[in-house]
Design a protein around this ligand. Structure first.
Ligand SMILES: Cc1ncc(COP(=O)(O)O)c(C=O)c1O
Length: 450
């Protein structure tokens, strides 16, 4: 074991989140009916007020409420490791570091925002919060966060995942979350589909529509979201702010930062504090954002206004998208199966501050296992994508002799994904082709707004 760990004291947990919005000119979200910029009032119907304000804030630094910091202390600061054994295995002159978010109670970066959203909603007098979840990572984080404030939560879980990932449900229930397989008969958005086929496998788009409808229809109930929106990315910047301090302790700084992206919140949280320095001309760090070839919004999608959900209920947002109708193939990285991408990440890709790359499921599992063989941690399939790209960059350095410092985000462990690893070992994993025809069809249905 040749690993080096850079730890911080509890008192070094950041006191403020970093807001990149003043450095970017993002196009506003649009009302889907009038196509005018969305009104703050529309968002206030479903989100807590501080979240709506943060969504548009032009302040560079935003205080982390003390009650949120206190809960962060249960698992933060998270460690930064230098992966010397991985470097040796590759035989690279590059230095490899990784920041590990799998030490949180639900096992990923998601509670960094779940706790904050639960806190604001409790403070506003909400009696319940709702959300959707695909594979269960976000739903677990939300139930955990809400339970910290004695706030009941309702999680609409895509039915196919509800069946395939049975262990996530009791986890949410342990944190007093109510878990409803979606589509359900509880909402207008789910009812028809449920009545047609009570075993309908569901999709993230339908589950989002159900969770929003439940919140909108009930007094003192709000909706919460696990990625994509600006305030979610803001809350995740605790990751990058800690990483900066840890690099200072290590006497080093990253030349290349790498992370996976489904909606983009974890990689944004890791990289935005460093990107601020690049935009302000102080540094020239490179950023690689990694997505699956099966759901390639950044590498094959279009930068257009689109809906966040398949029911076409959400405001239109300017982002890289494969079309709101696109249903990604059933890869094991449930957290990366989203048709769009955060507007902040999309803008940074459009402006060539971040370089997007796509990685296949097979290459990802191979890299994830090379990593766990030497470093011990079994990664979730989502950050497996970042590991694959890291190993590729380190091998390139081996060829060129460059002594680069590479940092990647290990945003969650894979303890709930062992069935996926089993399939990989027993050669049961399907090779999933790039779904060109499906993407083409779905792109045809993009709203006609540039
Ligand atoms: C472990 C893990 N990593 C990554 C993601 C992708 O989300 P994001 O792109 O917002 O970080 C998810 C989403 O569920 C996740 O659970």
């Amino acid at each position: 074991m040749n690993q080096l760990k850079f730890s911080l004291e509890e008192s070094e947990i950041p006191e403020k989140w970093y807001n990149i919005l003043p450095l970017l000119s993002l196009e506003p979200p649009l009302n889907p009916k009038s196509l005018d910029p969305a009104e703050k009032e529309d968002l206030l119907k479903i989100f807590a007020k501080p979240c709506v304000e943060q969504e548009m804030s032009q302040e560079s630094w935003i205080d982390i409420p003390e009650k949120v910091r206190k809960i962060y202390r249960h698992w933060r600061p998270t460690p930064l490791f230098r992966a010397r054994d991985l470097e040796d295995m590759i035989g690279t002159p590059a230095k490899i570091y990784y920041k590990y978010e799998g030490v949180s109670p639900p096992g990923s970066h998601k509670p960094n925002t779940a706790v904050a959203q639960a806190y604001y909603n409790k403070k506003e007098g909400m009696e319940r919060v709702t959300t959707e979840t695909g594979a269960g990572q976000w739903g677990s984080a939300l139930s955990y966060g809400a339970n910290q404030f004695d706030l009941p939560s309702t999680v609409y879980m895509v039915r196919i995942s509800y069946r395939q990932k049975p262990d996530r449900r009791p986890m949410m229930e342990a944190w007093n979350g109510e878990v409803i397989p979606s589509p359900s008969k509880k909402t207008e958005a789910g009812k028809d589909r449920f009545n047609e086929d009570s075993e309908n496998p569901g999709s993230l788009g339908i589950a989002i529509a159900e969770a929003i409808e439940d919140a909108a229809k009930h007094e003192n109930v709000h909706y919460t979201i696990g990625s994509v929106l600006n305030h979610v990315l803001l809350h995740q910047t605790v990751i990058g702010l800690e990483t900066k301090k840890q690099f200072k302790k290590a006497g080093d700084e990253p030349d290349i930062m790498i992370g996976c992206a489904g909606g983009g919140s974890s990689f944004a949280g890791f990289s935005l504090p460093f990107i601020g320095d690049v935009i302000e001309g102080e540094k020239n760090t490179n950023f690689r954002v990694v997505e699956p070839t099966a759901c390639p919004s950044l590498t094959s999608g279009r930068y257009r206004y689109d809906f966040g959900d398949s029911a076409q209920e959400t405001p239109l947002i300017k982002m890289y998208t494969l079309g709101h109708d696109f249903v990604p193939p059933p890869i094991h990285s449930g957290g990366l199966r989203y048709h769009g991408m955060a507007p902040i990440i999309s803008k940074l890709v459009e402006e060539e501050v971040m370089e997007p790359v796509a990685v296949s499921q097979m290459e990802m599992f191979e890299a994830a296992l090379e990593f766990s063989d030497v470093e011990g941690i079994i990664p979730a399939p989502e950050p497996g994508h970042a590991i694959q790209q890291t190993i590729k960059e380190a091998k390139r350095c081996r060829e060129t002799g460059e002594e680069k410092t590479i940092a990647f985000l290990l945003c969650g462990h894979g303890h709930f994904d062992m069935e996926a690893y089993r399939e990989y070992y027993s050669d049961e994993l399907e090779h999933i082709e790039y779904p060109e025809d499906e993407i083409e069809k779905s792109m045809d249905k993009l709203p006609d707004v540039e």
